[in-house]
Design a protein around this ligand. Sequence first.
Ligand code: CA
Length: 510
Amino acid sequence: MAHDPITAATNPVADHREPAFVHADQANEARSRLAALEQRTGRKPNVLIVLMDDVGWGDFGCYGGGAMAGAPTPNIDRLARDGLVLTSCYSEPSCTPSRASIMTGRLPMRHGLLIPPMYGMPGGLEGEVTLAQLLNDAGYATQAVGKWHMGENIESQPQNVGFDDFYGFLSVSDMYTEWRDPYFFPEVVYSEERSDWIRNEPFNKCFVHATKGEEAENVEEVTIPVLSTLDDKWAEYSTDFINRMAEGDQPWFLYHCTRGAHFDNYPHERFRGSSPAKHPYKDTIIELDDIVGRLTRALEESGQLEHTLVFISSDNGPEMETWPDAAYTPFRCAKGSTWEGGVRVPGIFSWPGTIEPGRVSDGIFAQLDLFATILGLAGVPDLIPDDRYIDAVDQTSFLVAPDGESNRKFHFYWLTSNFSAVRVGEYKYMLSSISDDERDVVNPGGFTGVMQQYPYGRLFNLYLDPKETHSYLIRKLVYIDLIQRAVGDHLRTFREYASRPPPTQPRQQG
Ligand code: CA
């Protein structure tokens, strides 16, 4: 019988770790499946993360989008049918906080990357212990491809925080092109002074190649025509990596971050007008689906599909301030907010032979759980640091047991340095949020609203009210003690374990 996440108790993991549900039977089943796989292959599993940019919860066919939204996604839908579809997979509200949380297993308030560094702003991953570094220490080949955006300073670049090799750009898509496009920036394009001014801003205008410990080398300046080829080039780089790794015995971690579908979208010429919608955003979704097909085909043709865990997701909800160059979400508000529209993202796991096909679960999965889960799968959970608080929960039994349930009881939402909300089961208790009141139900955007504090909190039932419009608090006070104790325990960890001061100054973008 499925257990109830509201009434069931968690088990402590360690003083510095988020407590977790232990489902003993599911854990045993997962262990025996993984042991059988390791016996068959003689090695630890490979891991492929495909992290898309600003793609919405509802964009893919398997989430109700696809053909309905003018951009069919047959490759992603096939992966979903063959694996596990998560309906409650959570990112942070914007790019950099999400990415750094995956890499560290820690909330942004702990690793300090609260907002995306823009146009040469200082700060990044430097000083944190990363998933890539620990996997590398455990003997994995570690490859990052595509968007980085966790700091441009040398110490924070991928080749210096655990990756053997990096091929991609260090910042975010719009920074390379918006000031070159006369439609968006006529006052820059038609002014030599302003164009020069931006050229002299301290950020690299090129995409780069870097190898472990070496200085990054410029590959090519990212003009608009070059930008439209990046996802194609990066997919080719990743498929080459997959094919090359098939020849050896070393397990590997490939962190493939697409350029699409962050504004502004200039799809590859092969995909222009390819979607029924004929819109650049939708054409880009078609291109991203094709790339997922290319990567999984490379795994299949090189004989690695069965010993590679594949995870497809997006780093935050849709950016609605740039509509219609924007994604689809059925939830309230958008990127930049802690409403569900800002942080609930697609999450698909595929691992033929190990993850049962055809599963759909609403169990809570925070992207930062990848940190503890992957280190567990790699056989090195002991490498998880014990000198700092780790928010990641090991979700192995959720993924691998055929009837696996989430190991996470509470999900905590933070909006830059403000504690915003907690979810347990179908209930979400909110203390503060960005809002334009009822207007943001139709998603005008998460960065432009005002900050609201709720003195008594608001309680939403996400099953009855996925758009979070009706506070249910007065009728459901029975849950409040459970929730307030969870919030108290959570906030106490910030007093007991030091957080890094934010290396970047608040500025809204990303
Ligand atoms: Ca993003």
